[in-house]
Design a protein around this ligand. Structure first.
Ligand code: PBG
Length: 332
């Protein structure tokens, strides 16, 4: 068949003009993922010169502090500015009230000091919640099967002040207790830490996507689930309420977690609040990509870049991701 002039459509607007080659596409690209957007979550454990791969998270390790420092040095050199630290705590140190969570000689404060000594410009973010320290595997104190709110918040404040003393730049309450952001802000300010920020896990959903993380830290709940404090996947209005509370109580950055199944929530918070939005590309999201890639069913690098770029397009200013180092390398 010959294509004559008659086969031309009379179109004033042809969107494909802006997709015609890589250079034009680069000119009109709305979203650029950079290493600056990344926060690298790291697992750590006691010991020396060891790293143990997390079974359900291939390529992710629990590091002893000496190797953790090296990992941070490498990642910082690749342009990753910030790190979120998660401890694996010995069972013997766990109790119902999370006493170890505010021990000034614990794993987290020692990690903060070691990393700050080696990489002083790194930004260190520490999780606030009782679960890695709790004999019940819950984020709060348990009484008669119920997670106590106000009593837990009092412990979280102690944990935050201890972490600030040890050098944390941002504390990140992931516990979902009511009123914790205000109480932690007051506690930090009262102890003289007005410069230490708060990254609030604002819309944290009760999610099966956290499974591999709980393997990594051996922190799964010993009974029940986390649905009396973490949010219901069916709800979005609640995310707006939680964000209003967290911002008014002093959160500097608000977070949506998980990210992939909650892109609408990222977008909703972006449209309604002026604080930066963080999205947590959680352990289950990482595991799904790794598993499919291992089977040769997907192209891991392309899927990772597409996924994280889409999170940014949805409204995430910052992304916590176990792929951080891989991505920083890809973007180099
Ligand atoms: C602890 C905490 C969890 C995660 C971050 N902080 C697990 C949970 O709430 O059970 C999950 C992170 C991930 O799955 O990657 N409160």
């Amino acid at each position: 068949m010959t294509l004559g002039p008659s086969s031309k459509l009379d179109l004033a607007i042809r969107p494909r003009r802006l997709r015609r080659n890589a250079t034009v596409r680069r000119m009109v690209s709305q979203t650029q993922l950079t290493a600056n957007d990344l926060i690298y979550p790291l697992f750590m454990m006691e010991g020396e010169n060891q790293k143990v791969e997390v079974a359900s998270m291939p390529g992710c390790y629990r590091f002893t502090l000496d190797l953790l420092v090296k990992e941070v040095q490498e990642a910082f050199a690749l342009g990753i500015p910030a790190f979120a630290l998660f401890p694996m705590v010995d069972d013997a140190l766990k109790d119902n009230v999370g006493t170890e969570s505010y021990n000034p000689d614990g794993l987290v404060p020692r990690a903060l000091k070691a990393i700050k000594a080696a990489v002083p410009e790194s930004v260190l973010i520490t999780d606030i919640a009782l679960d890695p320290y709790s004999s019940e595997g819950h984020d709060g104190i348990v009484k008669d099967g119920v997670i106590l709110n106000d009593e837990t918040v009092a412990v979280l404040v102690k944990q935050a002040v201890m972490q600030a003393q040890a050098g944390s730049d941002f504390v990140a309450p992931s516990d979902m207790m009511d009123g914790r952001i205000g109480a932690i802000r007051t506690g930090l300010d009262g102890a003289g830490f007005t410069e230490v920020g708060i990254i609030a896990y604002t819309a944290k959903y009760a999610s099966a996507y956290y499974g591999p993380f709980r393997d990594a830290l051996d922190s799964a709940p010993k009974f029940g689930d986390k649905k009396t404090y973490q949010m219901d996947a069916a709800n979005s209005n609640e995310a707006l309420l939680e964000a209003e509370l967290d911002v008014s109580e002093g959160a500097d950055i608000i977070m949506v977690k998980p990210a992939l199944a909650y892109m609408d929530i990222i977008s909703l918070l972006k449209q309604n609040f002026n604080t930066p939005i963080a999205a947590y590309n959680v352990s289950g999201e990482y595991a799904m990509i790794k598993a499919a890639a291992e089977k040769g069913w997907i192209d891991e690098k392309k899927i990772v870049l597409e996924t994280l770029t889409s999170m940014k397009r949805a409204g995430a200013d910052l992304i916590l991701t176990y792929f951080a180092k891989d991505v920083a390398l890809m973007l180099k």
